[in-house]
Write a new protein. Sequence first.
Length: 47
Amino acid sequence: MHISAVETREDFRQVSYARLACFATITGEGLQGYAHALELLRERLLH
C-alpha cells in the first residue's frame, strides 16, 4: 500500500521486492488507500 502513485515517481521507487508476495497493489489513493487495503484483505480472508 502506497499513499502516492509510486509508478509515476523516481526510477528507484519502481522496484518492490515485497510486491512479489502481494495479492494486490494499491497506489495513489491517499489515506483512503488504507481503507481499500483493509477491505481487500477482509474479502481475501473470508473467501
